[in-house]
Design a protein around this ligand. Structure first.
Ligand SMILES: C[S@@+](CC[C@H](N)C(=O)[O-])C[C@H]1O[C@@H](n2cnc3c(N)ncnc32)[C@H](O)[C@@H]1O
Length: 496
């Protein structure tokens, strides 16, 4: 049966304003571009495909066009066992030893427990890292973590034949065992979550604070959480991990907007009090909610269950049932989130209509979030050592490399919404592309010029593999809701 969300009708006017914001986007993007490394861009509407990004200066081939920090991003739940990264900027943290030890530790734990093991106590997978990190470290107050094994995606792991003894793994994670030449990889020390959950870790105090203030304080399952109920939050997170972790990203958007709204409201009432005006504290000031929502309002959106592409294994005759199922899934997730962080003053954010549009925005705009693992560089360095040194080092490293197996250096993988990159339109002959350079070690989107881009020209990227034949390209772009009419497609179009 079609799910019915009462907030959809009780807040219909406000929802419609949130989805059709009155203010033109120009000023918002001007301010945003000023904060970016490259300022030679502008965002404007072109009348053809809505907003687009345009060059305000000439770019040469290979030039950096834009570095765009993540606005809403997550590391995939299934990737959390492989890589320990900052929950805010997504750079790798700890040490090579901690990265390797933790991966082996969690993998062994999964092998020992089998799948669906649920919650279990285990000695910390995140104890103090090795002495090579000379910054102060803060790993919380407990040596024992309670970890939901399934949350780390460990149930997908492959068992390995070369088992490293537990005490060696512990020693790697705790910093007792230092691998040869591991100081060639320098990673920031691990900083714990201010709310003391065991799920978010950071590269610095500033990332921990920024994440806390922007999103995490409402979504933290630790003692310091500002949610209504950490139990309800855990149920929501578990549901997301078992179904689709995009719900975790949607929760970030809602948390971000509520926290911004509360901040704006505090400032607003402080100002009012200064001027002795009567206060209406406790009532929702919808214009403040609209202002808090502004960064989200800029993303191109459609309802998730309408725009999601039909998976290959779903017959087109079952399309209606499939889309209904997606809507029901979103509704279930939303009810779980509501039990955890509902705020009456921000009620429209808990409508199915808004939740569906937030997830649809990810579907149509998100870029894969990929950060290379430093573990690969470490093993490559060992491999490149002069013979005698290499032999000596490999006596120690070989067993770890064997135990890690083929996937010894998996990247950090996730998905993210980038506020400026998401304004870039598609072309099958793009003039820019997302490309991580050697120095790009965090989750930011990096866009470089593929060819000279002249002042005034639109900056375009390809959403798909542009080398594919015409029909395949059109079919993939249909998932983004449009038929491409770029010069290359017009050229290749068969005469009807
Ligand atoms: C990532 S957004 C790009 C920014 C978007 N134009 C906006 O107004 O926010 C992707 C959406 O832009 C539109 N779009 C992008 N490239 C296009 C193209 N080559 N032809 C037609 N529509 C395009 C489609 O609606 C697509 O779903």
């Amino acid at each position: 049966m079609e799910p019915v969300c009462p907030i959809d009708s009780s807040c219909s006017n406000q929802i419609s304003l949130l989805l059709n914001p009155p203010s033109p986007p120009q000023k918002y993007f001007e301010e945003l571009i000023k904060t970016r490394q490259s300022c030679g861009l502008e965002v404007r509407t072109n009348g053809k495909h809505g907003k687009g990004v345009y060059a305000k200066v000439d770019f040469k081939e290979g030039d950096l066009v834009l570095k765009d920090p993540v606005l809403f991003g997550i590391q995939h739940s299934s990737n959390k066992m492989d890589c320990l990264v900052c929950s805010h900027c997504f750079q790798f943290i700890g040490s090579v030893e901690l990265q390797i030890g933790r991966k082996l530790y969690l993998r062994n734990l999964a092998d020992a427990s089998g799948s669906n093991s649920g919650k279990r106590k285990f000695s910390s997978a995140l104890k103090d890292c090795s002495g090579q990190c000379n910054e102060s470290r803060d790993h919380g107050d407990s040596d024992v973590e309670e970890c939901d094994v399934d949350r780390c995606g460990v149930s997908d792991s492959k068992s390995n034949t070369n088992v490293i003894p537990k005490d060696v793994i512990d020693s790697l994670m705790e910093g007792g065992l230092k691998l040869p030449h591991s100081d060639i990889v320098s990673l920031p020390a691990v900083v714990s979550c201010p709310g003391k959950c065991k799920e978010a870790y950071y590269c610095s105090q500033s990332c921990a604070e920024a994440d806390w203030n922007l999103y995490h304080s409402l979504l933290c399952t630790g003692k310091g959480s500002k949610s209504l109920s950490t139990e309800a939050l855990s149920v929501f997170i578990q549901h997301a991990n078992e179904t689709n972790d995009i719900f975790l990203l949607a929760a970030k958007v809602i948390s971000f907007t509520i926290l911004r709204y509360r901040k704006l409201k505090t400032v607003y009432f402080e100002e009012k009090e200064k001027h002795d005006a009567p206060s209406i504290l406790g009532n929702c000031n919808f214009s403040l909610l609209l202002e808090a929502w502004e960064p989200v309002s800029m993303g191109y959106k459609r309802r998730w269950w309408n725009c999601i592409s039909l998976p290959d294994d779903v017959d087109c005759h079952d399309e209606v049932a499939f889309r209904l199922q997606i809507k029901e899934l979103a509704f279930t997730s939303l009810q779980l989130l509501k039990a955890a962080i509902f705020d009456k003053e921000c009620e429209p954010l808990f409508s199915l209509e808004i939740y569906g549009h937030i997830i649809g925005m990810f579907e149509l705009n998100n870029l894969d979030l990929v950060v290379e693992s430093p573990v690969e560089n470490y093993f490559l360095y060992i491999d490149d050592l002069p013979d005698s040194e290499k032999e000596k080092a490999e006596k120690v490293t070989e067993s770890f490399l064997d135990a890690l197996g083929d996937e010894y250096s998996g990247c950090c993988e996730g998905t993210a919404f980038f506020p400026l990159q998401s304004c870039m339109n598609h072309s099958c002959n793009p003039n820019a592309k997302a490309f991580k350079r050697e120095e790009d070690r965090d989750g930011q989107a990096v866009l470089v010029a593929l060819q000279p881009i002249h002042k005034g020209e639109e900056v375009t990227i390809s959403y798909i593999d542009e080398e594919l034949p015409y029909e395949e390209r059109q079919s993939l772009l249909a998932d983004y809701g449009f038929r491409c009419r770029c010069p290359k497609c017009l050229d290749e179009e068969l005469p009807s």
